[in-house]
Design a protein around this ligand. Structure first.
Ligand SMILES: Cc1ncc(COP(=O)(O)O)c(C=O)c1O
Length: 351
C-alpha cells in the first residue's frame, strides 16, 4: 500500500526503554509516583467507563483556569501535550510552510512538521541553549510556526523572561510561537517567564504544559494548551470529539488540588539534582545546568555503549543518539536510592 509521501521519511517515536526489574530513569517520569489525590479521585469513576467522556472537559478546564488565572476558553486539553503539538500541525501547517525549531530538542515538533509536509528549519543549540538569535535570523516569509522548548528537553537549559520577551518582540504576528513548558513546575529560577501573563501582549503565542511530569499522570495522557480564544477555537476544530478519557480528566483535576504532592515532588527533585550533580562532578563529567527533572551529561564516548552497560547494571537512562547528541545521555532525576544506583552504574560503565 502506498503511503502519503510525508509518511515515507518519518521515523517512529523511540520511547524511553522500560525493562522489567530495572530502575527506569529514561522518560522523565515522577519517581514519587502518581498524585495520591488523583488516584483516589479515579476510584470513584472506575465503573463509569460505559459513558463517553466530557469532550469539552468543563470541570477540568474550570479548575485549571482558576489555577492559571485564565478563562475556560483560553484552554484546550489534549491526549498528552503530544496531541496538542500534532493538532497545531493539523490546524496550521501546509506543505508551503516552514517551521523553526531547535535541532536538539523534543522530537514531536519535527514529527508534527513533517507529517504535514511542511519544511523544518532546525537550528543547532548554542552550548546547550536554544540559539534565539539564529532562530530569529531563520524567519522568512514562509515561516508559520516556531517551537521553543523551555526548559529544553534534553538539555534542561532555559531562557529567562527577558530573553523570551526580546525574542517574541521580533517575531512577526502571523508566525505562531509555541512555548513548550512541560517541565515548568520543576523550575527553580526566579527569572523564568511568567508566560501566561505574556498572552495579554502576544496574540501569536501558545503555551503547552502537561500532567505527565510533576503530577505523575503520564499513563493517563493529559496535557494542555493555553492561548487566546481564537487560537484555541481553531485547534478545537481539528481535535477528536473525545480525545481525553474520563479517568484522565478526573485525575488531572484532583492532582491540581494535591499541593502536598507537588511540593514533595519539587523538593525531591531539587535534592536529587544536588545529589546527581555532586556524583557527576566527582566522576569528572560535564553536564548542562538543568531546571527540569532530568540532567544531560556528556559521557565522551558512544552513549549507546553506556546505555547497554548501564542496562546490564539494572538502570535505564536515555542515550541521546536520536537527539543528534551521540556522546550524551539524559538521566531522569530519581529518588535518593535510584540516584545512588544510577551513579554507581554510570561509574562502572565509563570504561
Ligand atoms: C518537552 C516535552 N513536551 C511535551 C512532552 C509530551 O508530554 P505528554 O506526556 O503531555 O504528551 C514531553 C514528554 O516527555 C516533553 O519532554
Amino acid at each position: 500500500m502506498k503511503t502519503r509521501e510525508t509518511i515515507q521519511n518519518l521515523i517512529p517515536y523511540s520511547a524511553g526503554v522500560k525493562v522489567p526489574g530495572a530502575i527506569k530513569l529514561s522518560s522523565n517520569e515522577n519517581p514519587l509516583g502518581t498524585s495520591p489525590k488523583a488516584t483516589q479521585a479515579m476510584k470513584q469513576y472506575l465503573d463509569q467507563s460505559f459513558i463517553y467522556p466530557d469532550g469539552a472537559y468543563s470541570e477540568l478546564r474550570t479548575r485549571l483556569s482558576q489555577h492559571l488565572g485564565t478563562q475556560n476558553d483560553n484552554l484546550i486539553i489534549g491526549n498528552g501535550s503530544d496531541e496538542i503539538i500534532t493538532l497545531l500541525g493539523l490546524t496550521y501547517l501546509t506543505p508551503n510552510d516552514e517551521v523553526i525549531l531547535a535541532k536538539e530538542t523534543f522530537s514531536e515538533y519535527l514529527f508534527a512538521t513533517k507529517i504535514m509536509g511542511a519544511t523544518p528549519i532546525q537550528v543547532p543549540l548554542k552550548e546547550g541553549y536554544h540559539d534565539l538569535e539564529a532562530m530569529e535570523a531563520s524567519i522568512t516569509s514562509s515561516t508559520k510556526m516556531i517551537f521553543i522548548c523551555n526548559p529544553n528537553n534534553p538539555t534542561g537549559t532555559y531562557w529567562p523572561e527577558k530573553d523570551i520577551l526580546k525574542f517574541l518582540d521580533k517575531v512577526p504576528s502571523e508566525v505562531l510561537v509555541v512555548l513548550d513548558e512541560a517541565y515548568n513546575e520543576y523550575v527553580r529560577a526566579e527569572d523564568y517567564p511568567h508566560s501566561v501573563n505574556l498572552l495579554n501582549k502576544y496574540n501569536n503565542l501558545i503555551i503547552l504544559r502537561t500532567f505527565s511530569k510533576i503530577y505523575g499522570l503520564a499513563a493517563l495522557r493529559v496535557g494542555y494548551g493555553i492561548s487566546n480564544k481564537d487560537i484555541i477555537q481553531d485547534i478545537w476544530k481539528a481535535k477528536q470529539p473525545f480525545n481525553v478519557g474520563t479517568l484522565g480528566q478526573v485525575a488531572a483535576k484532583a492532582a491540581l488540588d494535591d499541593r502536598d504532592f507537588v511540593i514533595q515532588s519539587f523538593q525531591s527533585n531539587k535534592t536529587g539534582l544536588a545529589q546527581l550533580e555532586e556524583g557527576l562532578t566527582s566522576l569528572g563529567l560535564f553536564y548542562y545546568p538543568t531546571q527540569a527533572n532530568f540532567i544531560c551529561v556528556n559521557v565522551n564516548q558512544d552513549s549507546k555503549k553506556i546505555f547497554d552497560r548501564m542496562l546490564k547494571a539494572g538502570v535505564t537512562i536515555r542515550s541521546l543518539i536520536s537527539f543528534g547528541m551521540p556522546e550524551w545521555i539524559r538521566i531522569t532525576i530519581g529518588t535518593e536510592k535510584q540516584n545512588l544506583a544510577v551513579l554507581k552504574a554510570l561509574k562502572e560503565s565509563l570504561i
